[in-house]
Design a protein around this ligand. Sequence first.
Ligand code: 5AD
Ligand code: SF4
Length: 457
Amino acid sequence: MLFLINFAHFFEQCDFMGDKKLFIETYGCQMNFSDSEIVASILKNDGFEIIDNKDDATVILINTCSIRDHAEQRIRRRLSELKSLKKRNPDLQIGLIGCMAERMKEEVFEKHPEVDIVAGPDSYRSLPELIAQAAMGQAAANTILSEEETYAEIQPVRLHSNGISAFISIMRGCQNFCSYCVVPYTRGKERSRSPQTIVNEAKELFEKGYYEVTLLGQNVNSYQWEEAGKIVRFPDLITMVGDIHPDLRVRFTTSHPKDLSDDLIRAIAGHENICNAIHLAVQSGNDRILHKMNRKYTRAYYLERVAAIRKQIPDCGISTDIIVGFCSETEDEFQDTLSLVREVGFDSAFMFKYSERPNTMAQRQFEDDVPEEEKLRRLDLLVQLQQEMSLESNRRDIGKIVRVLIEGTSKKNKKMLMGRDGRNKVVVFQTVDTSLKGYVDVTINDCTSATLIGTLL
Ligand code: 5AD
Ligand code: SF4
């Protein structure tokens, strides 16, 4: 654990040593990207320069993801690559931070001797001390989870920002304990950040010229803040952010179906600038599997929520997450997932093979018994079906006019601009003026399964 030493002395030493250059590399979800911006802010205040080239760094931090084994393997490979940098520069410090650090704790030092620092998602404020400690040649780790830490007052340093869209983290942690998921163990209990700090951050971004904020949390609908006997819930918060300015687009992610309230649907329907896009992870279309996943809802309940959304917001973009090949999933149960995908007609989906995670409920209680080739076969079928659904959804947009927030030039064709509409659909369009910024109206006249193609109105 954390060794407490004479830090004042170390700080002096570090400053005296001159160069403090930080390179951060981030893996995983948007929450991790948002956390890296908090880490950058904490270390900038400690005198670090944040740099883009890892070769010049004095400290390299890898912000990690544990959600699937594949994510961890990528990070392990990356650590091996970094060994050569360390050989060239023995003073270089390498830190593993985030979910994988929290999951493995001090075991990281045994498995990856090139790592000097280990910091879990709730211990970023102690990074200056951990870095000072590592500079003295001691392995430095802090993986204590907190029930209060929200980094509320820390002003994130916007990394790799396009100056258009920014994340605002509004709550941390998750206590849903879906049986397959490692997040409740790596990110701890749910806690929310004060609404005023969130609104202030959104206002500042808007004043700096940003057009869009995404409110982030593992389960935004559990957002709750109590002050002076008054409770602020997520629909109240999103209304407060939506009221800042009609030109500030507000997005949010992610919502658990069990908590998707009618109040939230009403708040979205009542604000032009709260985007008509809901990411509602379903995970499976079969009740036995949903129960085994500890998702706390049924297929019928999920479909009822989708119907409630479409009743109030007919044009709402609905996207989802799906896992195939969960413990004991039969062919018929997998077919239920395919039929649900057809029935809902999702605009887009993130689809995964089940990956057993250490110490989760599923790992402790069930057998990971769907063979790898079978998981792959099911994933292929699902991806194919979802592509058809996305194509159908996009074809229905041909002839429509959509409002697009421009994000930049299209990767494939530099003469075209790229942006997203309110439903989060990617739109590309031809224009003579590629320096255009902000919102434009685009008529859709063609599409692929991933992109709407249009002309500027
Ligand atoms: N295996 C595969 N996918 C997973 N997810 C979470 N845990 C696992 C796992 N063990 C997926 C879920 C979740 C998304 C973020 O990652 O679909 O919604
Ligand atoms: Fe994991 Fe479930 Fe929490 Fe999402 S809601 S982070 S899937 S435990």
